[in-house]
Write a protein of this length. Sequence first.
Length: 59
Amino acid sequence: MFKNYITEEAGASAAEYALILAIVGAVIATATIALRGEIVTAINNAKDNVNQANKSTTV
């Protein structure tokens, strides 16, 4: 029974998948933090453009 537990590879596969998910999650979190300023700027520019277009068509 102990020998089967040592040679069992299903646990290793689960650990590998967990490690991959942790790395992907860390990359996504880092990218989000790094791009936060650019995202806010893009959204504000879009908002300003929409507001400007609304003012010019409601004359």
